[in-house]
Each structure stands twice: as C-alpha cells, then as structure tokens.
Design a protein around this ligand. Structure first.
Ligand code: UDP
Ligand code: MG
Length: 313
C-alpha cells in the first residue's frame, strides 16, 4: 500500500462521497486507501460510508466512534489503522482540495531527505476576520507561553512517511493536541501553501467555546511556562509586600508617623487574593490533566469498523 488517507468526519453525510470521488479522480495510478473516521456523527454519515464501501471496496475503510471524541482522537485512530508507506490527513469538507495530495506525494517521492509535507493556508476565506484575529492571537500567545514553536496557519492537512507515523503513535498521551504533537516530534518538514476551498455542505464544528477549550489544551499540554509565571507573580507580590512593610516600619518607628491603612489593606487583599486565585487556577489546569492521564483511558472507542481485516459489525 502506497498511501493511506485519513479523513476525520463528524456530521459530513453530504461531503464524504465528494471526497472519495475527488480522490479517485486525482490519484488514478496510486495504490491508496481512504480511512474515514466517523467521529460520533448524529446525521447519516455512517450510512453514507457503508454505501461508499460497497461501491469502492478496495479503497474505502471506516471506523465509527461510539461518541464524539474530537478530531485529534479521530486522527489517532486513523494512524493506528493505516498501512501505507505514506500517510495523509485531510478534512472531509472539501476545504482542503484532494488534488494537493498529488503535489505532496510527488514532493516526498522526489525528496528523500524530507519526512513530511505540511500545508499552510495561503489565503483565508473572506468574512472570517474574527477567526483570523483569534488565530493570530492564539499562535502569538502559544509561542510566548510554549517551549515548542507553532507555525502560523499550519493545519492538520499534511502528508508524511511512516517513520513520522511511528513517532506520533509512540507518544502515549491521551489528550492529543495534534498541532503541538506535530511540532514536538520534529522531523524535516516542507511547508507548502494551499488555498482554502469553500465548505461544500454542512457547517464548521468549531465554535468560540470549543476553540477556547482547544487553546487552553494546547497551552497547558505543551508548556509549563504558565506555572513559572505563577511562581514569578507570587515572588513579585510577596517582594513588594515585604518592601512596603519595611517602608511602614521605618515611617512609624523612626519618624513616628501613623499611617491610616484601611484603603491600602482592602486593595492589597483584593490584589493578592486575585493573584492567588489565578495561580490556583493554573495549578488546577495541570492537576486536572495529570488526573485525566493517570486514568489511562483509551483515546477513542470504536463502535463499528468496515473494510478492515478485524471487522466489528
Ligand atoms: N471533525 C471531527 N470531529 C470533531 C470536529 C470536527 O472529526 O469533533 C472533522 C470535521 O468533520 C472536518 C474536520 O474535522 O472533516 C475539520 O472540521 P471543520 O471543517 O468543522 O473545521 P474548520 O475547517 O472550520 O476549522
Ligand atoms: Mg473545515
């Protein structure tokens, strides 16, 4: 098998057919498999995949999750089940045109020294100003707070050799923030630009709330710098408190000036209390993640599989 194409799909019943058709058109002479991961869809995505399997028995496979586990878990399941010499990840909504797969494969075949091709967004769709701004702020903050560097506008749309897949699967963590993991494992990566297409059917699955959760996951999962900032803030406030104390002692003992302190005390209590709560919150985020990881729960649970040797039906 030359190429495994991983396609996470959540509520994409109208799109999965287009994806298969488009891929079969552009990759005519390549031995490939398309692994769809039906990530807890509530529409008829699974039925659509079953139909596709009947039509394209040699190339289509599907794993259906028992509930929604998120795109990153879907990617993990796809990696586990892929058999190809090369592995690609692509969205199901046609925003990432499958014809780029040809370019990516061509590049990797011609350039032995590269392990991976990652696609970066050339031009964002019109009207997504807030998303663009949010993205900029997110990557800016990530790169300040994190120890691994994140390329702006890099997506999960990429193709790599099986050594990269092995590296990805060797990371045992359960909360899988793909962008961070890709950046952490390294490898020689070629960045190519792609133009984002229009989503043909359905709606985006990421809203403000899930993007916010995603951002916190990314920062806490790949950096301990917030903990250091907490330590720094604590040191700074106690130091200022100490200096202020010395100042008051000198003022009262040496100069005999009595300082009325009600307002100062209220301000200090609020200020220090606030900082303590923030630091506790930061600590809590890390503890919560340790808690989740120690449970060693699986990344996903498959309900049904089609097209694999060990089928669950
Ligand atoms: N997706 C998924 N599980 C989720 C959310 C999204 O498998 O919980 C899939 C979705 O079906 C699509 C891809 O991930 O194939 C990207 O999602 P979407 O197009 O909604 O994101 P956007 O392109 O707007 O960032
Ligand atoms: Mg999309």
């Amino acid at each position: 098998m030359k190429l495994s194409i991983i396609v996470p799909a959540m509520n994409e019943e109208e799109n999965v057919g287009d994806v298969v058709e488009c891929i079969s058109k552009v990759l005519k002479d390549v031995d490939y498999e398309i692994i769809f991961i039906d990530d807890g869809s509530t529409d008829r995505t699974y039925e659509a995949l079953e139909k596709l399997y009947k039509k394209y028995k040699d190339s289509v496979r599907a794993i259906s999750f028992s509930r929604n586990f998120g795109k990153d878990s879907a990617i993990y399941a796809g990696l586990e089940h892929s058999k190809g010499e090369y592995i690609a990840i692509i969205d199901a909504d046609m925003e990432q045109n499958p014809s780029y797969l040809v370019e990516m494969l061509d590049f990797l075949e011609k350039n032995d020294d590269y392990d991976q091709v990652a696609m970066t967004i050339k031009k964002r769709k019109a009207g997504s100003f807030i998303k663009r701004l949010g993205g900029k702020a997110f990557y800016g903050l990530m790169n300040i707070l994190s120890d691994v560097k994140f390329a702006q506008d890099a997506s999960d749309f990429r193709m790599f050799r099986s050594n990269v897949k092995d590296a990805l699967l060797s990371l045992p963590e359960k909360s899988r923030f793909s962008k961070g993991i890709f950046s952490w494992i390294g490898f020689k990566t070629k960045f190519m630009e792609y133009e984002v297409g229009e989503r043909t059917h359905g709606v985006t699955k990421f809203n403000f709330k899930s993007s916010f959760k995603y951002a916190i996951d990314g920062i806490v999962g790949f950096s301990i710098r917030p903990l250091r900032i907490a330590t720094f803030l604590g040191t700074l406030t106690s130091l200022s408190g100490f200096i202020y104390l010395i100042y008051i002692i000198i003022k009262t003992v040496l100069y005999g000036i009595d300082s009325p302190g009600f307002a100062t005390i209220v301000c200090l209590i609020l200020f220090i209390g606030g900082i303590q709560l923030i630091c506790l919150g930061i600590l809590g985020e890390y503890m919560a993640r340790t808690f989740v990881e120690t449970k060693k729960r699986p990344v996903y649970i498959a309900r049904k599989k089609i097209g694999f040797e060990e089928e669950i039906l």
